[in-house]
Design a protein around this ligand. Structure first.
Ligand code: PLP
Length: 402
């Protein structure tokens, strides 16, 4: 591991969000830290993705699916009432309106299409709250593939509804009993399993994490959020480009896709983490799940448990490109606590009639806190990505209100 890390001290490039280096590095982060037996499997995915992404036929198929199956383009909704209350112009990118209720479908449709192109007839995935598992089960059903979803045993118990959804869609859910029995253990298990079956099975990773090419590929599949929002903002705003672009960060895929549409503009990019899962602000550089990034660790360098009211944000790592954008100063990362998040979800529900996911409410919680301060002055124009809908979180909110 040590000499790998030395080899890794790459020069930092001055621009954000271009293609990673040949080794899959974003500045000093990323890479492919996997067992020997998975190096070839990752290289095969990389080669297939490069070829597909350069093929207009693949792009057309994906665009078509996005339109007629996933419900894209998603709306850009001006938050009329909240904007007036806060003294800013707030525009909401509505990923909650995408099929399956979040941005996860953008990535999964891309990877499932790639898997089919590679001749694979089975998808495996890790899932925490179950949102990525549901999206993967959905795509597998659509493409006539088998799907196996690894999920920590604790999450299987906590997210019974999503387990039932996956089963109804025809997927097999495997409870993982090792470690803390949550997302990080499910990811380890999915990787271990992939070693045994990489020739017929495609590993569909749910965020901008994992070994190269996943962080890059998943960002490219989520780029559609930012590109649509950029065009929609330019129709909506006299200035065309917002002053601030805000998204929540778990692994970082909805934020990466959003930022990709605005990285070449003057907009300030802000990623909002959960206070209990703030790898960008509280993490240290380390290696987890096949990549190098900022990672929450205990005093002994062991991966720490993240804790958040939003199940999609309690992941101890963060996509390597975010660590790089943070180093470059091109994006800024902040965190909000559970109470602010619940208050933000309620406020959006009451002012705009939109019930958002607890994950998405993190982005709004920062806007509510910062509006009218130097961080987000009166008159600012804000593009906020609402990553998903809140139905899945109503039980947790009821519990909390008791
Ligand atoms: C999974 C999920 C997230 C976190 O994932 P990112 O990769 O950080 O985008 C955020 N919001 C919702 C609704 C999710 O389902």
């Amino acid at each position: 591991m040590t000499d790998l890390m030395v080899r890794f001290a790459a020069p930092v490039k001055a621009r954000g969000m271009s293609e990673p280096t040949a080794g899959g590095r974003f500045g000093g982060y990323g890479g492919r830290f996997v067992p020997e037996s998975l190096v070839a499997a990752c290289a095969e995915v990389e080669e297939a993705f490069r070829e597909a992404w350069g093929d207009p036929g693949f792009r057309r198929q994906l665009d078509h699916l996005r339109r007629v199956y996933a419900g894209r383009p998603t709306a850009l909704t001006p938050a009329w009432n909240l904007s007036a209350e806060l003294g800013i112009t707030l525009l909401i990118k509505r990923e909650d309106l995408a099929h399956t209720g979040s941005h996860k479908i953008n990535n999964v449709l891309g990877q499932a299409l790639l898997a089919r192109r590679m001749g694979r007839d089975r998808l495996i995935a890790e899932t925490g709250a179950g949102q990525h598992g549901v999206a993967t089960a959905t795509a597998a059903a659509l493409f006539g593939m088998r799907a196996t979803v690894f999920m920590g045993e604790r999450d299987v118990q906590r997210q019974a509804l999503n387990v039932f959804r996956m089963n109804t869609l025809g997927a097999e859910v495997v409870p993982v009993t090792s470690g803390s029995r949550t997302l990080k253990d499910a990811t380890n298990e999915a990787m271990r399993h992939w070693v045994t079956c990489a020739s017929d099975t495609y590993y569909c990773i749910g965020s901008v994490m994992g070994p190269h090419p996943y962080p890059w590929m998943v960002r490219e599949f989520q780029r559609v959020i930012g590109e649509e929002a950029r065009a929609q903002c330019s129709a909506e705003l006299p200035t065309a480009v917002p002053t601030h672009v805000v998204a929540c960060v778990g692994g970082g895929s909805n934020a990466a896709g959003t930022f990709a549409g605005f990285v070449d503009t003057s907009a300030e990019l802000i990623g909002v983490e959960a206070a209990g899962g703030a790898a960008m602000t509280d993490g240290e550089v380390g290696i987890v799940h096949g990549y190098r990034s900022r990672v929450l660790q205990d005093g002994h360098g062991q991966i720490a448990e993240a804790e958040s009211i939003a199940p999609g944000l309690d992941y101890p790592g963060v996509g390597p490109e975010h660590a790089h954008l943070g180093d470059l100063g091109r994006a800024r990362y902040v965190s909000v606590n559970d109470d602010e998040v619940v208050a933000a979800l309620r406020r959006l529900a009451r002012t705009e009639g939109i019930l958002c996911a607890l994950e998405s409410a993190h982005a709004l919680a920062w806007v509510l806190r910062a509006a009218g301060t130097d961080e987000l002055p009166t008159g600012s124009t804000v593009l906020l990505t609402l990553s998903g809908r809140g139905d899945k979180d109503m039980a947790a909110l009821m519990e909390r209100a008791r």
